[in-house]
Design a protein around this ligand. Structure first.
Ligand SMILES: [Zn+2]
Length: 277
């Protein structure tokens, strides 16, 4: 027996409205394209001169299914990165598009996230400094969320959380932080002032420095305070941070203010205008 006759070539089952063309091939009743094709050069396989082929409807259905699958995978990846990326879960919702007001700073931060390829290849870190409530953390989180949307792993945390991490496994934890394509340290300079605390801070900053990957820091300290710290332990930490980042001053209104304003309006409508402020 010829081996070619042992191979099973499936036959296409006609569906309603399918028809045979002049060439004898089965054609789709919807798009008119053939659902079969002849083997090249009059070749036969498994006793057949033809094999199944995809008509336009079938190709489109397959493409749609593949697209849906990719989108689902993307949503899963983004969800996972958001879950693991933020020390503070509320920040998962801080996005450029959800910001209650548009500022020039917001647009600049959006462009920073959009320029990620260049930012990361040049290791262009940022130091967001300025008073409390000027939107530093908000916009840093927006950058994080925009990158996570592009499936870039980002970690946004603060050094107090790192210091408070169980001693067991802390070194691995710090190594993991330093391996993120982008690390954001929120509220830098607010951590505990102990020798141990400072040592941990140095471990993170130095590890990040050696990784050659970008760092974003938000802080209430001024560049002047960072340049002239009280002691040498701080000096070596601050030197590193300043060498890895470029200061950006925040002095505008808080981007979280919009939500507070909305809450205030709601509560005024419930409690009465005179009772609440
Ligand atoms: Zn078709």
């Amino acid at each position: 027996m010829n081996i070619e006759n042992m191979i099973h070539v499936p036959t296409v089952e006609p569906r309603e409205n399918d028809y045979r063309g002049e060439d004898g091939l089965l054609r789709c009743g919807v798009c008119g394209e053939p659902k079969e094709a002849f083997f090249e050069g009059g070749f036969h396989l498994g006793g057949k001169d033809r094999h199944p082929a995809q008509c336009r409807c079938q190709r489109e259905a397959q493409a749609k299914q593949e697209k849906e699958y990719r989108e689902q995978q993307h949503r899963h990846t983004v969800f996972r990165l958001r879950q693991q990326g933020f020390q503070n879960p509320i920040m998962r919702k801080w996005t450029f598009d959800a910001a209650p007001i548009r500022t020039e700073r917001l647009e600049q931060c959006r462009r920073y996230a959009e320029s990620w390829e260049a930012v990361t290849s040049q290791n262009a870190g940022l130091l967001f400094w300025g008073d409390v409530g000027t939107g530093k953390s908000y916009l840093a989180a927006c950058i994080a969320n925009a990158l996570i949307e592009k499936e870039v792993p980002v970690c946004m945390t603060n050094l107090s959380a790192v210091i408070d991490h169980d001693f067991e496994g802390r070194t691995e934890y710090i190594q993991k932080l330093c391996a993120y394509p982008l690390l954001i340290l929120d509220d830098f300079g607010m951590e505990r002032d102990t020798k141990f605390g400072l040592e941990t801070v140095y471990q993170v900053i130095d590890g990040r420095y050696l990784s050659g990957k970008p760092l974003i820091v938000t802080t209430n300290l001024t560049p002047k305070e960072l340049k002239h710290p009280q002691d040498t332990d701080r000096a070596r930490v601050y030197d590193r941070v300043l060498s890895m980042t470029t200061p950006v001053l925040f002095s505008g209104p808080s981007l979280r203010h919009g939500q507070r304003e909305e809450n205030l309006q709601l509560l005024k409508s419930i409690f009465g205008k005179g009772e609440i402020d």
